[in-house]
Design a protein around this ligand. Sequence first.
Ligand SMILES: [Fe+2]
Length: 445
Amino acid sequence: MAELKYISGFGNECASEDPRCPGALPEGQNNPQVCPYNLYAEQLSGSAFTCPRSTNKRSWLYRILPSVSHKPFESVDQGHVTHNWDEVGPDPNQLRWKPFEIPKASQKKVDFVSGLHTLCGAGDIRSNNGLAVHIFLCNTSMDRRCFYNSDGDFLIVPQKGKLLIYTEFGKMLVQPKEICVIQRGMRFSIDVFEETRGYILEVYGIHFELPDLGPIGANGLANPRDFLIPVAWYEDLQVPGGFTVINKYQGKLFAAKQDVSPFNVVAWHGNYTPYKYNLENFMVINSVAFDHADPSIFTVLTAKSVRPGVAIADFVIFPPRWGVAEKTFRPPYYHRNCMSEFMGLIKGHYEAKQGGFLPGGGSLHSPMTPHGPDADCFEKASKARLVPERIADGTMAFMFESSLSMAVTRWGLKTSNCLDENYYKCWEPLKSHFTPNSRNAAGPN
Ligand SMILES: [Fe+2]
């Protein structure tokens, strides 16, 4: 596969033409009476027309046929996709999942869409307020099928196997330790090359932004130039009645047939595009004196609620870095949080757990549910010599953090058969070190 090209930047106004059709973008206007190369003009709106400029998102697509050229949508099997947050009763326990099992291609062919499994979520699709966490488990490329989501944006975190993603805006190759965001309404199709697994954070009706940096200044964390947008690429593929468009609409799946590939956009311009980001480009900022910065210092992208400083969802990573804080218990502190914390592991070993939290698995700590390092980690870190040390080399853990209280689906609690019933035991060996007659803390050996 020839190396793919990208445009660098976050949220910019971009313009791209497939090099096979130079001049495909109209000059000086969006909607000429006849478009160059006799293409159709189509606007894809990602925000209300009247949003302020800072949040206004739309792109113009110049395509061989408009998206409306399809047969009616019909309801199809939901599989394990749901937005029913009352399937099972609430459970405030600390939850941890073993690696979610990927079906074997030799037993059953499963593509990205049929391999979607909703794990947890909250909120309401119809009022554009909420989120869902899905796990994708697949072994086969999407064959003349594409998907688009009327409900929200997908932030896709591949954990095992790379994804070649065809979109209306062009192609992206997304490998583990990279992420991509495919925003509401954008049609895409995914090729996979092995048994493939990953995580999806879906936010309803809002978009991901770079977090404000405040006193950090103009640079740092995820830098805008490291976000990559595909360049225009089209296929003029006629498949009479043979291309299936799958739509997630109000949480349900629908399918429509059409005669052509939807990847027929010859040129586009605008600021509403899919994009990808390599997590290794994250510029880590952390404590260089004592104590901890809160984990919000590791925020890559945020999807804001209407309440200032409160996110519907933050995407946070725990990348390789130096630990240098002195006089400090260095692993994450024990805490209870008003937010929901879903964690996943792309590779390696997470710093606060000695075992049990494995790549391809996950954990959910719900609002005010206590958690923190396991007993082994506490004992070791309480005695460790605080020399500068590398933390999390070869590791990439992440968190989807939400201000909403997420419910777990039946698949998450039962059907997946991956829930670790013994998770609570990692804290059972914690013992009291209280010395009522001596204030002097025991130092390292
Ligand atoms: Fe936490």
